[in-house]
Design a protein around this ligand. Structure first.
Ligand code: PXP
Length: 252
């Protein structure tokens, strides 16, 4: 092993709530899941309060913030760049807020936030959140235009969308995956040169996390659906520990 610092692993617990909501009761509790993820080595907890509340609900977010406060583990709240969500984020005061694009008809967050197009909306939100004590992250594609725009909003962090890379690999299109990986590598370098901290996430699995973890400036990986799904087979501890091993292997 080199003495490289490993990227932090943020565990997204949204889909524990998806499972709970499928039956309408209280089980399984995403906050209990977050507590377990922390006990198993998660460096942070990520939760997306969607406008349609399809998984995480307002009271989950409040309890997650209390848990993260109690344990000292950072909470990363994902939200759409809209005023009602801004209000909730300002009241919750999570360690970090990640602004993401949101469309009601989508199954998951498809594509990155158009920070270049929404600059006038995003910039004052970034300012308000930072003044309120949260770090601010923008979830974007690894496109030069978006990275340059993100840098001028005053955001602390960009999180690069790795979904297209994951899909290309799933489709067996290694040429396309190689092109996307190159764009991600170049995007990370550009962002770091502009003083932005760089995170990455979406669609990451044991098989595809290595090349993303290998990019030295990537400081954090946010992973949800695969980890929660895999924990059916190997438990949350097994899934988190194996993911950490894959990340360490990639960073070697
Ligand atoms: N990062 C961001 C900004 C996201 O919106 C999501 C999905 O909610 C993730 C990471 C995690 O993606 P996945 O569930 O595919 O691991």
């Amino acid at each position: 092993m080199s003495d490289q610092v490993l990227p932090r692993l943020g565990v997204n617990i949204d889909h524990i709530a998806t499972l709970r909501n499928a039956r309408g009761g209280a089980h399984p509790d995403p906050v209990a899941g977050a507590r377990e993820a922390i006990a198993c080595g998660a460096d942070g907890i990520t939760a997306h309060l969607r406008e349609d509340r399809r998984h995480i609900r307002d009271e989950d977010l409040e309890r997650l913030q209390a848990l993260c406060h109690e344990t000292g583990v950072p909470l990363n709240m994902e939200m759409a760049a809209v005023d009602p969500m801004l209000k909730i984020a300002l009241a919750t005061k999570p360690h970090a807020v990640c602004m993401v694009p949101e469309r009601r008809e989508e199954r998951t967050t498809e594509g990155g936030l158009d920070v270049a197009g929404l600059h006038n909306i995003v910039t004052p939100m970034v300012r308000d959140l930072r003044e309120n004590g949260s770090r601010v992250s923008l979830f974007i594609e690894a496109a030069e235009r978006q990275i340059m725009a993100a840098a001028t909003t005053g955001a602390d962090i960009i999180e690069l969308h790795t979904g297209a890379y994951a899909h290309a690999l799933d489709d067996g299109d290694t040429a396309r995956a190689g092109e996307i990986l190159k764009a991600l590598q170049q995007g990370v370098k550009l962002a770091a040169s502009l003083g932005l901290e760089v995170h990455a996430g979406h669609g990451l699995t044991f098989d595809n996390v290595g090349d993303i973890a290998a990019i030295p400036e990537v400081m954090e990986l946010n992973i949800g659906h695969f980890l929660i799904g895999e924990s059916v087979f190997m438990g949350l501890r097994g899934a988190i520990e194996k993911m950490r091993d894959c990340i360490a292997e990639g960073r070697k």
